[in-house]
Ligand binder design. Sequence first.
Ligand code: ATP
Ligand code: MG
Ligand code: MG
Length: 589
Amino acid sequence: DTAKPSNFLRQIIERDLEQGNFAHRRWAGRPADAATHQAGEPDPARIRTRFPPEPNGYLHVGHAKSICLNFGLARDYGGVCHMRFDDTNPEKEEIEYVEGIKDAVRWLGFSWDAHGTSHLYHASDYFDFMYRAAEYLIEAGLAYVDEQSPEEMRANRGDFSRPGVDSPYRSRSIEENLKRFREMRDGKLADGAAVLRAKIDMASPNINMRDPALYRIKHAEHHNTGDKWCIYPMYTYAHPIEDALENITHSICTLEFEDQRPFYDWLMDRLREGGLINPPQPRQYEFARLNLTYVITSKRKLKQLVDEGHVSGWDDPRMPTIVGLRRRGYTPESLQLFSERIGVSKANGWIDFSILEAALRDDLDPKAARAMAVLDPVKLVIENWGDLMGGDDALDECSAPVHPHDESRGRRKFMFGRELWIERSDYEETPPKGFFRLFPGNKVRLKYGHVVECIGADKDASGNVVRVRAKLIPDTKSGTPGADAVKVKGNITWVGVADGLKAEVQLYDRLFSVPQPDTGEKDFLEELNPESLKVVTAYLEPSLGSAKGDEKFQFERHGYFVADRVEHGPVVGRSVFNRITGLKDSWTK
Ligand code: ATP
Ligand code: MG
Ligand code: MG
C-alpha cells in the first residue's frame, strides 16, 4: 500500500548514524579539487543529502516530494541538504528556471543556508575532476574509447535474452585510448564519432553494466563553462562523482535508477581504489516516484501544455507545478503534510489526488477565516420586510465568528435586508424527496440571520427563476432569546444585496478527466478535462473586501478559496478568487 508512510530511509539513516558509518569523511583526492569543490569543513557524523534538479523547467508536485524528503531528512537528523543544479547537459539553461527552482524550494520552507553556508552547487563545476577521473579509469584499464556507430553499439549491447558482443575497440591499448580520448576533448572528432565507455562486463545480466558510456562528444556551448568542453559526461557517470565530491552520504533517487546502482557502486569503488575519493563513499537509495491521480508529472509534457496554450502558463492554478499549486491556494505546510503522509515506498503506485486535498483541508481548517459567498446567485425578496422593520431600506446587522473554534479572532459583520442573494439551487418549486431548503410553504434559516417562509418564485419567459419570494418570521434572529422556537430543517447561506461584493470566482477542477492520464493508448492531450475551469460571478460577504492576494478562506458550504495572487487586488482593480478544493463533507440538506 503506497499510501502508507514507510520509514525505510529513516531506518537506514538512524543505523548509519548509530554505527558512525560516515564519520570522518574527508577529502583524499587531489588537494586542488578539495579546495574548489568543498564548501567549508567536512562534517563528521552528519548526514548530507541533495536535491539535484535539472534546470529545464518548473518543479512539480513530484519534485515537492523529493524536496520535502531530502531537505526534511537533513533537517530531522541535523544534517545538510545541498541544492545542486544538475547541469551536465550543455543545453541552454534558462535563468528563469533556475530562479523558479530556487523560489519553489524556499517557498516550500527549506533553505540551503544550513550551517553557515548558502552555497549553491553546480554539477558543471566538477567537469575538470570528472575529466581527470576519466583519464584515471583509462590508465587503470577500466575505460576505452569506442568508435562503433551508435547503431552498432546498440546492437552489440545485446538485451535481456542474450549477452552483448565486445566492441572491436575494447582491446585498444591504454596509450591509444588516452590519445584518442584527448583528441575527443580537443575537438578532433565529430559529435557521435566516439564515446568513452567503462570496461566492465558485456555479458552482465544488468544491461547497465555492459560497458556504459561515460562521455560523449557534443560540440555545444555550456552556460557555465562556455566552449571549454566539447565532451560532456553522461548523467550516470557524473552523478556519483557529484555526490562524492560533495560528501553526500545518502543519495536518494527514484526507482528508475535502481538498475544503475551497481554502476554507481562500481564507479565509486574504482575511484576510491585509485585514491580519487575517500571512504566512506556515498550510497544510492531508491524510492518510488510520486504518481498522482489526474495529474501528469513530466516536465516535458507540462511544458507542452504551456507552449501550446492548453493552460495559461506554468503557474496556471490547474498545473501540478509548485507555482501552479501555490497560485491555486495550496500552502507549503499542506505540501509538507502531504509528503509526510504518503511517506516513501519501494513500490511504484498511484497516490489518490484526494490525499493531497485532504492535506490542504487539514492545514487550512484551523487557519482559514470563514466567509459566506453565493456562487450561483438568485435574489430572495423578503416581502414583509418593510412592514416589520419600518421601511424597505432598513438593514439589520448580523454577525458570525471569523473562526468557529477561535473566539479570539472576533466576529465578521454583514447586513440582512429586504433583498438577499441566495444560491439558485436552494430553491425548488417542487421539492425532491429529502429537500429541506426553499420551496413554497417551507421555512428555512438564513444562517446567522432570520427564519423565512418561502412564498414562491417569479420566472422569466423561458421559465428560469428570476426572484424567490419569502416572508420573515418575527423573533427568530440567530443569537436572540427564543430564536430556536421555530424549528427548521434547512439552513442556507446568503449575502446581502446591500453590502454584498461582486467578484469573479474561478471554479477549478481536475486538469485531466482520467485517473491515470498518459498511461493508455490515447494522447494525453485528448484526456484533458474540458470543464477544468468555470468562471462565475459571485457575491461575497463584505468581510472579504479586505482580502489580500494569496489569503485563504473557507467559503461556508463551498470549500476553500484563495484570493488570486496575480489577478486579485486593488492594484489590478479586480476581485478574483480561486477554488482550491471543496469541503470534505458535502453540504448536508
Ligand atoms: P521529469 O521527468 O519531470 O523531467 P526529472 O526527474 O527529470 O523529472 P529532475 O530535475 O532531474 O527532473 O529531478 C530532480 C529530482 O526530483 C530528482 O532527484 C528526481 O528523482 C526527483 N523527482 C522528479 N520527479 C519526481 C516524482 N514524480 N516523484 C518523486 N521525485 C521526483
Ligand atoms: Mg532528471
Ligand atoms: Mg527529465
